[in-house]
Design a protein around this ligand. Structure first.
Ligand code: ADP
Ligand code: MG
Length: 308
């Protein structure tokens, strides 16, 4: 008898994603043929310096980009569903419940004139048609998940520190148990100690609920702490995709190496990425061909002629 072993379906499947912004004077091809998959319970990091296209990838997955911005992809699927085919109503149901996103400045996106409790209660009454009393109980549970006492439900955003507000936003993002949490520079605005605390909190939540994560940061030391696998982006393209530890042990693409040298994991002087060799940049930017599998599960763009 034949046993059919179904290949585990990725939670997120992105194949040859392209995004073009149309400006008054010129078009920007912000994302060029980016492909990656995120498995169940996996944390996939997207690394690269400012302007390389990370947020554009996240916003494309969330379907937040509106015409005239063009999104094209051979596949953009969440648990097998074609994200590009969702209509407006389907999208409203989809966001929060299936994929939730925490933005860089999310802690400033809380409504200043509503208590934390009322804002969380709104999620449950709107999306789950819960009664207010039950929703308040869930809200208190949610706060305890991110180590905030239940009495903070009565607080207004301005009465909380930036770190606390960001915890609230993260709690709200996981309120409906999404399968995928996208975090775009979730701790960038916070000081280093608070960043570390929040990263630990995210790790705990992820272990407890097992959601997949698309984690975006330009900070390689934070990236390696959280990610299972990392994709390194440069000028709209992925130049390397690898297991996080293997990438750190030995980056194969010169750009990955330069990015990591700019962020020493523990201490030491930080060098500016802008100090990278202009000639090398030009070579990397010039039509990076498809990634090739350099070792099992390890993909890298060819770099013929790239000077280091
Ligand atoms: P990252 O998140 O890695 O910093 P982004 O995805 O924000 O990069 O931006 C990628 C490129 O797209 C940049 O060149 C940026 O200037 C451009 N870009 C981003 N958003 C827009 C927009 N709304 N209109 C035009 N160009 C944009
Ligand atoms: Mg960004």
């Amino acid at each position: 008898m034949e046993t059919v072993k179904a290949a585990a379906e990725p939670v997120l499947d992105v194949k040859n994603l392209r995004v073009t912004y149309h400006g008054d004077s010129r078009d920007v091809q912000a994302v060029r043929d980016v492909s990656f998959r995120i498995g169940a319970g996996e944390v996939f990091g997207l690394a690269g310096e400012s302007g390389c296209g990370k947020s554009t990838v996240a916003n494309a997955v969330m379907r937040l980009l509106k015409p005239p911005t063009e999104i094209q992809a051979e596949a953009l699927r969440f648990q097998g569903r074609d994200l590009l085919a969702l209509n407006g109503r389907e999208l409203r149901e989809f966001r929060w419940r299936e994929i939730a996103m925490v933005f860089q400045s999310a802690m400033n996106s809380l409504n200043p004139v509503m208590t934390i409790g009322d804002q969380i209660v709104d999620i449950f009454t709107t999306h789950e048609r819960m009664k207010k009393r039950a929703a308040l109980e869930r809200a208190a549970e949610l706060l305890s998940l991110v180590s905030l006492p239940a009495d903070r439900l009565k607080a207004y955003p301005h009465q909380l520190s930036g770190g606390m507000r960001q915890r609230v936003v993260i709690a709200m993002a996981v309120a409906l148990r999404p399968g995928l949490l996208i975090m775009d520079e979730p701790t960038t605005a916070l000081d280093v100690v608070v960043q570390q605390e929040i990263m630990a909190q995210i790790k705990d939540l992820q272990r407890e609920f097992g959601f997949s994560v698309l984690f975006i940061t330009h900070d390689m030391s934070l990236m390696v702490e959280l990610s299972d696998r990392i994709g390194v982006m440069y000028a709209g393209r992925l130049v390397e995709v690898a297991n996080a530890k293997e990438l750190f042990a030995g980056p194969l693409h010169p750009y990955s190496e330069a990015l990591m040298n700019a962020f020493p994991p523990l201490s030491g002087p930080r060098t500016e990425l802008t100090a990278l060799d202009d000639e090398a940049r030009a070579v990397w930017a010039a039509d990076i061909p498809d990634l090739r599998e350099a070792a099992p599960g390890r993909w890298v763009a060819a770099t013929e002629g790239a000077s280091r």
